[in-house]
Write a protein that binds this ligand. Structure first.
Ligand code: 5AD
Ligand code: SF4
Length: 442
């Protein structure tokens, strides 16, 4: 007789790459007889796929682990694993601090999860935070053919060699590695066969992808060009990009590649040259602004988003005003902004000139107000215009569907459920707090 499948509950923290990694970990553990569940209490294994980017995100993991204690007491066979960047950064220490944890697996080792799970099944504990020679994506060649929703992430590049002074990513995710084009294209084909219409290419430095393709300088533009030839794949996005890796080919692709959506997340972090230098960003505010001009020349309606850090060590009022000026000049569609959080092992954490928390709060509030106003303006500018929408799921109201516009705005439309997974033209009729409303056009 077949054994009943074991149940796996994964909680994903942090960035989109973790969302992708969680899917792949679930697939890897599928080989050990696990199916995923949305209900933590019925799980045989709980995996926390963690984020180390800011202190708050990392500490949340420990409080969530503490909250698993009663469940582990009620179900002593429950396996608890910590994956992702906290696992990479803290390794063994997690086992010491949290005796209920059975396994710790870094982001480069999740293809080894089945072996680790088996070891835990025999009563052991397991830690793997190597950067192994064997490629985890190669080891997890095929993806299951199950039907999927219309959008998917696909990791094409991992790691970062930029070493921004505040950032743990080069330490937790390691050096930049690009996946080979043929593997990416075949994974994309598989996703499209399973019903995917829109793929977001992921990488910590996605536009530094340097694969093995001819043309368009061999960079991400060439890969986008290859993917655009896949019938049935209608939309392509990519994130996250460093300004210094926006090459001519990629900028031009925004002008001529119809499947490449008019949306670009291009973090700048600060508008002050002094702070950009201290952050080791290797560009000035002016260079960033000129880059934006070139991108907008190629694709005038492109929507730009960014990340900002306020209160980087040594940031003065004048530095912060320079950030506000840059934001006013660019006019973003939306953006994330964070208070600087000192991360162990990063150069900025050593600096003596940490900014007062109350000053950081004040700056964050002002920046978020400005960015919020810009988001509202960007949404309102859509009212009365037509765009295409890829419908993803039913809305909250009966007879309503929700999907994403080309500019990645959520749009609510009165539409039949049969439009799920389809792209339709929609006229935008209103703008709400975080989404748009529209009606099917023509
Ligand atoms: N403190 C605050 N924000 C940070 N980020 C990265 N490291 C830190 C840090 N130490 C932000 C950056 C980055 C985004 C993913 O997280 O803005 O672009
Ligand atoms: Fe971190 Fe900078 Fe690399 Fe982005 S480019 S992952 S902020 S080091």
């Amino acid at each position: 007789m077949d054994q009943a499948p074991k149940k796996l509950f994964i909680k994903t923290y942090g960035c989109q790459m973790n969302v992708y990694d969680s899917e792949r970990m679930a697939e890897a553990l599928g080989a050990s007889g696990y199916v995923t569940t949305e209900v933590q209490d019925e799980a045989d294994m709980v995996l926390l796929n963690t984020c180390h980017i800011r202190e708050k995100a990392a500490e949340k993991v420990y409080s969530d682990l503490g909250r698993l204690r009663p469940l582990k007491e009620a179900k002593p066979d429950l396996k608890i694993g910590v994956a992702g960047c906290v696992a990479q950064a803290e390794g063994e220490e997690i086992l010491t601090r949290m005796p209920l944890v059975d396994l710790v697996v870094g982001p480069q080792s999740y293809h080894r999860l089945p072996e680790m799970e088996a070891r835990v099944g025999q009563g052991g504990r397991a830690v793997d935070t190597d950067f192994p020679e064997d490629d985890k994506f190669e080891a997890l060649k095929t993806r299951p053919k199950a039907k999927r929703g219309p959008t998917a992430f696909l990791t094409v590049q991992e790691g970062c060699d930029k070493f921004c002074a505040f950032c743990v990513v080069p330490y937790t995710r390691g050096a930049e590695v690009s996946r080979p084009a043929a593997r990416i294209v075949s994974e994309a084909r598989g996703l499209v066969e399973a019903g995917v219409r829109e793929i977001t290419l992921l990488g910590q430095n996605v536009n530094a992808w340097h694969g093995d393709l001819e043309g368009a300088e061999g960079g991400l533009a060439a890969l986008v060009g290859q993917l655009a030839r896949i019938d049935g794949l209608e939309r392509i996005r990519y994130t996250t990009s460093h300004p210094n890796d926006m090459d001519e080919g990629l900028i031009a692709a925004h002008g001529h590649e119809a499947k490449l959506m008019p949306y670009l997340h291009l973090p700048v972090q600060s508008g002050s040259d002094r702070i950009l230098k201290a952050m080791n960003r290797k560009h000035t505010a002016e260079q960033y602004l000129r880059l934006i001009e070139r991108i907008r020349a190629a694709r005038p309606d492109i929507l730009l988003t960014s990340d900002f850090i306020v209160g980087f060590p040594g940031e003065t009022d004048a530095d912060f005003e320079a950030t506000m000026d840059l934001v006013r000049e660019v006019r973003y569609g939306s953006a994330y902004s964070f208070k600087y959080s000192p991360r162990p092992g990063t150069p900025a954490a050593e600096r003596k000139t940490q900014v007062e928390p109350s000053v950081m709060d004040d700056r964050l509030q002002r920046l978020q107000k400005l960015l919020g106003d810009q988001q509202r303006a960007a949404q309102e500018a859509m009212v009365g215009r037509e765009t295409t929408v890829l419908f993803e799921k039913p809305g909250r109201l009966p007879g309503q569907m929700v999907g994403k516009s080309e500019h990645l705005f959520a749009v609510h439309v009165a539409a039949p459920e049969s439009l799920r997974g389809e792209i339709a033209r929609v006229r935008i009729t209103a703008s709400g707090p975080n989404s748009l409303a529209g009606e099917l056009a023509g």
